[in-house]
Design a protein around this ligand. Structure first.
Ligand code: PLP
Length: 471
């Protein structure tokens, strides 16, 4: 039997060979990595046996906890049959059954499922479907090939998804690769681009969207939006009714509404899909992350019958949707996704979640008193705590201060793993996290924020005073 490598060996090999995503590697190699070897429920366990609460569901994917016996069993059962066969020219039971189940649970009116591999590809598929749809549905409308998206939007890292992205830090370098799009300001109430206050503003931020649609609908294939929560922007929550407005505007101006539910789907907001809070059916919906309960990579793009039927025709009409990936409809991924959906029913996940969402809100309240907490945004089990240098002016910490990162490091020492977004502390625990652990998670975050923002301020003030005395 080969010996399991030690933490020291793994550290050496990680530093020698692995290139981590969204990571400054020069900095990474200066300290030993935290190496996760096991998981159990809401816990991650490292190579030295230390346990941590998984405060961000392993990058927003885990739903029912790690090593859930039902999910483990579903995977083992499928492994006993076959790991993979293709959907190009063949079919397989898990993909068929999952498509049927997704349609049963999705907003009414979505009838077709196209599988891919992750959130970015689910978005790419939606964009390409929208463009081809207009070519075939209304050949006279060939100019309908661009998209409207919101500022601060994030839809993934492939080039199409980057084109409809609005986060300069991530996207600006790649603009030369991207197609042109139209942008409208996001409904970011804490930093309202119109300097208005909700609800007195009467959601004036939809007016610019309407103006763009009125002027440019002939060029627009679709509007893409993260419903209710712009997650990567820093859990920026839209005011109630915003999504409904977008739906109405898209219908009025004959533009497809694409809902990117990659982050919000599968219970994070308290409903299975965020669109369901407002009874909205998009024309296309992108899913991934929680689709497999955090077990395997899988993406899905759901479409209406109207869109699907525009792709039908004789072979030589070339209306086929020419897109597909080697692992599309992978049976292992689909089998575990089916079991994941099953658990929502079997374990009454969403009804059980509601009191925990309310408790989370209560636990977070005292944090609002902290001198450097500017805004606390919560939608279901998605939380963003925006830290600010100055609460009165809402002045942001310079990004290079890495305030979020520093809070995360203290939280880690206290037994909680999170990944911040700049100055925003993100909490997005697995939906099974117990009330006691939710409380512990918030207590740790509270302490970590105090330690970094207040002790640092005090320390700096002390330092400044010391310097002043000395001179
Ligand atoms: N869309 C949204 C809303 C996301 O939050 C993400 C990832 O965070 C993506 C798309 C991209 O998903 P993936 O990382 O699986 O490609």
């Amino acid at each position: 039997m080969t010996r399991r490598p030690t933490t020291a060996q793994l550290t050496r090999w990680d530093h020698a060979h692995l290139w981590h995503p969204f990571t400054q590697m020069q900095e990474w190699v200066q300290e030993p990595p935290l190496i996760i070897t096991r998981g159990q429920g809401p816990y991650l366990i490292d190579s030295e046996g230390r346990r941590y609460l998984d405060g961000v569901s392993s990058m927003w994917v885990n739903v029912h906890g790690h090593r859930h016996p039902w999910l483990d069993q579903a995977l083992r059962r499928q492994l006993g049959l076959i790991a993979h066969s293709t959907l190009l020219g063949l079919s397989n039971p898990p993909a068929i059954r999952l498509a049927r189940e997704l349609i049963r649970m999705a907003p009414r009116g979505l009838t077709r499922v196209f599988f891919s591999d992750n959130g970015s590809t689910a978005v790419e598929v939606a964009l390409k479907m929208a463009v081809q749809y207009w070519q075939q549905r209304a050949p006279q409308a060939v100019s309908k090939r661009t998209f409207l998206h919101l500022s601060q939007s994030y839809h993934g890292d492939t080039v199409g998804a980057v084109s409809v992205g609005g986060m300069d830090l991530f996207h600006a370098r790649f603009r030369s690769l991207c197609f042109e799009t139209l942008t409208a300001d996001a409904p970011y109430c804490y930093r309202c681009p119109l300097t208005l206050t909700y609800p007195d503003c009467r959601m004036a931020c939809v007016e610019p969207v309407e103006r763009i649609l009125a002027e440019r609908h002939a060029d627009l294939a679709g509007v893409i939006v993260e419903p209710l929560v712009q997650a990567a922007a820093g859990i920026v929550t839209a005011p109630p009714g915003y999504l409904t407005h977008l739906r109405k505007l898209c219908t009025t101006y004959g533009v497809l509404l694409i809902a990117d539910e990659v982050a919000t789907g599968f219970g994070r907001t308290g409903r299975l899909f965020a669109c369901q809070h407002e009874g909205v059916t998009p024309d296309l919906m992108a899913l991934s992350k929680g689709l497999t309960g955090g077990y395997l990579p899988l993406g899905a793009t759901l479409a209406t019958e109207e869109i699907y039927s525009a792709f039908l025709g004789n072979f030589a009409e070339w209306k086929t949707f020419f897109h597909g990936h080697s692992y599309t409809g992978n049976p292992l991924g689909c089998a575990v996704a089916l079991a994941n959906l099953d658990l929502f029913r079997r374990e009454r996940r969403l009804p059980k979640l509601q009191p925990k969402i309310r408790a989370l809100r209560r636990y977070l309240k005292p944090l609002a008193e902290r001198p450097h907490v500017g805004d606390i945004r919560q939608c279901g089990f998605m939380v963003g705590i925006e830290l600010v240098k100055d609460r009165d002016t809402r002045a942001a910490y310079p990004l290079e201060d890495r305030i979020g990162h520093r809070v995360a490091r203290v939280a880690r020492d206290l037994g909680l793993l999170i990944r911040p977004l700049g100055n925003v502390i993100v909490l997005m625990p697995p939906l099974i996290m117990s009330l006691a652990d939710v409380n512990r998670m918030v207590t740790i975050i509270n302490r970590a924020i105090a330690a970094v923002t207040e002790d640092a301020t005090t320390a700096t003030t002390r330092l400044r005073k010391g310097v002043a005395h000395a001179t």
